[in-house]
Write a protein that binds this ligand. Structure first.
Ligand code: URA
Length: 300
């Protein structure tokens, strides 16, 4: 008689992998053995308190450090009459810790180390690698995406998968290359989140708020002439805006960053992954890139 699959852990894992179950999908890993041990003795009566503790980490209250409201000012658009508004109040400040750690970093290496030591974002536990940045930090322009995907998580570098290939082609079309040596031909690339959300789900407000102080510090250390925000998550989180990317794109925003003596000019545009799904929007993205190219050609 064939052995049932679930009695052989190796075959069970193979079956999971073949079925596409290859990612953890909770914010925190769950020790199922501990949960089972707590629940098994009986389903009613004594022990109910123990069972109440067996709540998935995702539904437990957030650590105090993540539970303060954000108060960043919205950035002002330069070329539009759009009114500033706030990111939803459900966002949290992973802040006390994040801001302190980020502010203490006085170089990119120190910022990377600070992120590696940061325990305020649970994505760190499910990701394979910290994805800090790629490209030339001396570049005049810094591109900021949403979060690493599977390929980025495996390689520890941003935008190396399909959308990264498209981004590289878009950069090349305006004479940029992430590894170029001269500032005006180079690009520096990072993300709002340095860890991959399981299954590439959309980052939560809590995760974004916890990582944002590091993004702001990253900008302050790189001191780019321009920042290009790729997609709605990057644009809305950094600029603290509630409008969608359809409204935000194609405009420049002056964004104040602590540690910089003047606000940095940010251009919002579409995310390359969106362009792969909606190729007809490429012409608008092309317009944005041409505008960036013309600004880069202008002396400071
Ligand atoms: N999408 C992003 O936003 N960032 C990456 O690094 C890869 C895909």
């Amino acid at each position: 008689m064939p052995e049932p699959q679930y009695s052989n852990p190796i075959r069970l894992l193979q079956w999971y992998a073949e079925s596409g179950i290859d990612e953890a999908i909770e914010d925190q890993p769950i020790d199922r053995y501990a949960v089972a041990a707590r629940v098994q003795p009986s389903t009613v009566g004594p022990g109910a308190d123990d069972r109440r503790q067996a709540v998935p980490a995702a539904s437990r209250p957030l650590p105090a450090a993540l539970a303060q409201p954000r108060s960043a000012p919205a950035s002002s658009p330069v070329s539009s009459g759009v009114t500033a508004s706030s990111v939803p109040a459900s966002s949290f400040d992973g802040a006390a810790d994040a801001r302190r750690l980020a502010a203490s970093a006085d170089s990119l290496e120190a910022l990377r180390a600070a992120l590696a030591a940061f325990e305020g974002c649970a994505l760190k536990q499910t990701a394979m690698n910290l994805v800090f940045a790629d490209g030339n930090p001396a570049a005049s322009v810094m591109f900021i995406g949403e979060a690493p995907g599977r390929d980025e998580d495996r390689q520890g570098l941003p935008f190396v998968g399909r959308s990264g290939k498209l981004l590289d082609r878009m950069l090349a079309a305006i004479g940029l290359d992430r590894h170029a040596e001269t500032a005006d031909q180079a690009a520096y690339i990072a993300n709002i989140l340095p860890w991959r959300p399981p299954g590439d789900r959309t980052p939560t407000a809590t995760e974004i708020a916890a990582c944002l102080p590091f993004v702001e510090r990253h900008i302050a250390l790189v001191k780019p002439r321009y920042v290009v925000l790729l997609g709605g998550t990057a644009a809305k989180s950094l600029l603290n805006r509630s409008e969608g990317i359809m409204r935000l794109r194609g405009r420049w925003y002056e964004h104040p960053v602590e540690g910089l003596d003047k606000p940095v000019s940010c251009l919002a545009t579409y995310h390359p992954a969106f362009l792969l799904r909606s190729p007809k929007e490429k012409r608008n993205a092309w317009r944005d890139f041409l505008e960036l190219k013309s600004k880069l050609g202008t002396p400071v």
